[in-house]
Every structure is written in structure tokens, then in C-alpha cells.
Unconditional design. Structure first.
Length: 442
């Protein structure tokens, strides 16, 4: 007689071989029982095993479906890839038990709304006036008073950064950055021939005096920075240093590129650079870190001087944002859904940080208390690539310092994202990480 493990193993093999396509509905419990000559209760155990292995998703009343594993493995860019990912600590993936129902409800509401055909038509560059006004209202609650004409709806924050780089800079231009900076901006600089000039930190944040000295030596065009919850070090620059940074930017006529991807986690925070120096600041954020990584909806605020250049670049890269995505996202911005989910994320992030410091506090992780990531220093005598390889062997993906460093000398450390593992699973993941760290010789 076949056991539930036999049937589960056979189905798992078929799913991994591609005989069941992602999203395809699997047989019901009764159908599976009849097909394999097992009890319905045994079939239920089969589906529980497949779900535990991350191969199927489902819920009562809807059935079971093959999970799209490709999206779980899509974040290999910052660390070694592994065949089977037990814990992805490389990519910040916001998770919420409400998301699926939220999406179903949102799509039903969109389907019941008025002019559906308009969402399938070409959208205006930068977004429909209603969408831009909704974003302006949302941003206004975060301390940036801006008219809708200076708002651009983008396909995520990375798209917004790409628009800025394409519109405002030329190959060879020098952009000042933190010594540790966002890997996506490093990729953009490489793709567009920009030169990144690292500026050291002083305490929690970029040192304005060091920036001034750099500007006296080199023709710096702009500063790219994350003043509110820096990735990966988690700092929040205080108000005095923000004003000092703006003073240097004004003296040397620099643009400021303010990446606010994680700023929602640190609320309340000092005023954004875009509120202090709106005449020279580009402010970029998205819903990818607060709602869902697959919701490619970004928000770009630009200074008035950039209107024409951005308009030309928008037409050259993406004539208009996706109508369906924009309609769904702006509905959630307007009805308070995003505010509620961001607050839930702050609570969840605080709990994940509490677990991190309980499990690995003796290794002195560096993090904001409400961040979904942390910087874990590594002994200089240990090789980061060996640690990452050992973690990979154990099914854990992380980011090494090379992804973030802009200096010739790369400090030893790992950036670990804490958002994906559930709170009950995170201690097990961190215990396995400790074991991996201890197993790599000095």
C-alpha cells in the first residue's frame, strides 16, 4: 500500500520536472485519493507535505495550485544562487498574510469600477492626473508638499532612479555616494558610464565636510544618498546634518538624489531632503518594500528644472506606466491600505530585530530597530566568500559586502534581510547561520 510520503514524493518530482505548470490547479483531495488508492485523510497529508516543501499553495474553498518557484529564486543577484532556498536573506521581501485577500478584493473593486477600458489604454507619461494627485497627497503626509505636476509614476524605484540618471547625467559624470550604497544604483552607474565617488561617514550618516572636500577636488554633479534608513547600515541622518548636506549641495550646485525606499519603516523621521531643498532634490520611493516586491509601482518627485528632460526620457523609456497596476496602487494609497500595511510592517520589523539581537546579539549586528535588514560584521580573518558558500550549501542566501561597497577596500560583513522568514522560523534560520559562521575557519 502506498504511503503519503510515496505519493508526495511522486508529485513533488512531477512538479520539479515541469509536468505541472506554475499556477496549475492540482486534483482535489478526493480525486488524488481515488487516483492513487489512498484514503482522503492520507491525501490531505500529501498536500500538507507539498505545502511544507514550498511546492503548492492553496486554501479551503479554492483548491491547491502549483507554486511559482521562479519568483522565490529571482533574487540571486546579490549572493550565491542555490538550487533549493530554505531562507532567502538576500532580498527584502515584504510578507503579509493579508496580501492575497487584499489583491482579490482590490481586483474585484477595480472590475466593478467605471471606465475599465481606460486602464488598458496608453497612460500619459508620468501617470494620469488623478494618479499623480493621489501620490502627491500620499507624499504630503510624509512631509513633502508637492504639486502633482512634479510627480512621476514609475514602474518601481529602480525605474525612477534610471530615469534620473538617463535624463540628468552623461557618461563620465561624478556622483558622490556613501561608502556602502544600494547595489542597484551601482549597476545603473556602471550601465551609464557614471563615476561613483565614495564619501566617508561620520557617525550615523554621510560626512558633509568630506563631501565639501571631494567637491573641491573633483567636478561632482550629484549626491545619491539614503538619509532615512540607510541600506545596509540602517542609519537615519539627523536634521542638522541634513541641512549641512543641503548647504554643501547649494554651494557646489549639486543635485540630491534621495532614495526613500525604506523610509516608511523609520517614521517619524527628520524632514526629507526633498522638503528642505525642493529646488535640487529628486525623491524616489515605491511600494515594493512596504506592500509587495511584485507590485512595480514607484513614485518620483523632481525639481522644476528637470521637467523637460524627464519628459523626454519618459517617452524614450516607458511612454506611460501600467494602467492596471497604477489604478490598484493609487486605490490603496487613497483608502488607507498602504498606511495600515506600513504600520504593520513597522511592528513586524521590530519583532524581527528583537529576534535577531536575541539570537545573534553577541556578533554585534548593526541595524535600525524597525528595519527588515541588518549588517553583520565578519571577523577580518574569515573569508566572506567561504561563509556565503557555506550558507548557500545550507540553503540560506545572503548578500556579501562586495554588492554594496564603493571603496577599493571592502570591509568584511554580510547584509541579511529579515523580512521573508516568519517570526517562528527566523530563530531556526539564525541558529543555522550561527552554525555556518562557526564552521568556517579563521
Amino acid at each position: 500500500m502506498r504511503t503519503y510520503t510515496d505519493v508526495a514524493a511522486a508529485l513533488a518530482g512531477q512538479i520539479r520536472d515541469g509536468r505541472w505548470a506554475p499556477g496549475q490547479r492540482l486534483p482535489t483531495h478526493r480525486q488524488l485519493a481515488a487516483e492513487h488508492g489512498i484514503a482522503v485523510a492520507t491525501a490531505t497529508r500529501v498536500f500538507a507535505e507539498l505545502k511544507r516543501a514550498g511546492l503548492v499553495v492553496g486554501e479551503p474553498g479554492r483548491g491547491s495550485f502549483v507554486r511559482d518557484r521562479s519568483v522565490r529564486l529571482a533574487a540571486a543577484e546579490y549572493g550565491p544562487g542555490v538550487e533549493t532556498v530554505w531562507a532567502d536573506l538576500a532580498f527584502t521581501q515584504p510578507l503579509s498574510p493579508r496580501r492575497e485577500e487584499l489583491l482579490r478584493t482590490g481586483l474585484r473593486e477595480l472590475a466593478a469600477s467605471g471606465d475599465l477600458d481606460a486602464l488598458l489604454r496608453q497612460q500619459p507619461p508620468g501617470g494620469r492626473p488623478h494618479d499623480r494627485a493621489t501620490v502627491a497627497g500620499f507624499i504630503g503626509r510624509r512631509g513633502i508638499e508637492v504639486e502633482p505636476a512634479r510627480v512621476v509614476v514609475t514602474a518601481g524605484a529602480q525605474h525612477g532612479l534610471d530615469l534620473i540618471v538617463r535624463a540628468m547625467f552623461s557618461p563620465g559624470d561624478v556622483i558622490a555616494v556613501d561608502e556602502f550604497t544600494y547595489p542597484g544604483f551601482k549597476l545603473l552607474a556602471q550601465a551609464h558610464g557614471l563615476t561613483l565617488a565614495p564619501v566617508p561617514a561620520a557617525g550615523n550618516g554621510l560626512d558633509p565636510d568630506a563631501l565639501a572636500r571631494l567637491c573641491a577636488k573633483r567636478p561632482v554633479r550629484a549626491v545619491y544618498t539614503m538619509p532615512t534608513l540607510h541600506n545596509p547600515l540602517g542609519w537615519v541622518i539627523d536634521s542638522d546634518r541634513r541641512r549641512a548636506l543641503v548647504s554643501v549641495a547649494r554651494h557646489h550646485d549639486l543635485f540630491l538624489i534621495e532614495d526613500a525606499a525604506y523610509a516608511f519603516l523609520a517614521a517619524p523621521a527628520p524632514p526629507p531632503l526633498a522638503a528642505i531643498a525642493p529646488e535640487r532634490t529628486f525623491w524616489v520611493a515605491s511600494l515594493s518594500k512596504s506592500i509587495a516586491a511584485g507590485l512595480r509601482f514607484g513614485m518620483l518627485v523632481h525639481p522644476p528644472v528637470a521637467v523637460s528632460a524627464l519628459a523626454r526620457t519618459l517617452r524614450a523609456t516607458m511612454a506611460g506606466p501600467p494602467g492596471l497596476t497604477s489604478a490598484l496602487a493609487t486605490r490603496w494609497l487613497a483608502d488607507g491600505t498602504v498606511d495600515a500595511l506600513e504600520q504593520a510592517s513597522r511592528v513586524a520589523a521590530h519583532e524581527h530585530q528583537r529576534i535577531l539581537h536575541r539570537e545573534l546579539g553577541d556578533r554585534n549586528p548593526i541595524a535600525h530597530p524597525r528595519s527588515f535588514f541588518a549588517w553583520l560584521p565578519i571577523d577580518p580573518d574569515q573569508r566572506m566568500d567561504r561563509i556565503a558558500a557555506e550558507l548557500s550549501r545550507r540553503g540560506i542566501r545572503v548578500c556579501t559586502a562586495e554588492a554594496f561597497a564603493t571603496t577599493a577596500h571592502v570591509p568584511h560583513g554580510l547584509r541579511i534581510a529579515l523580512g521573508s522568514p516568519a517570526p517562528e522560523e527566523l530563530p531556526l534560520v539564525l541558529a543555522e547561520m550561527r552554525a555556518a559562521l562557526d564552521s568556517v575557519p579563521l
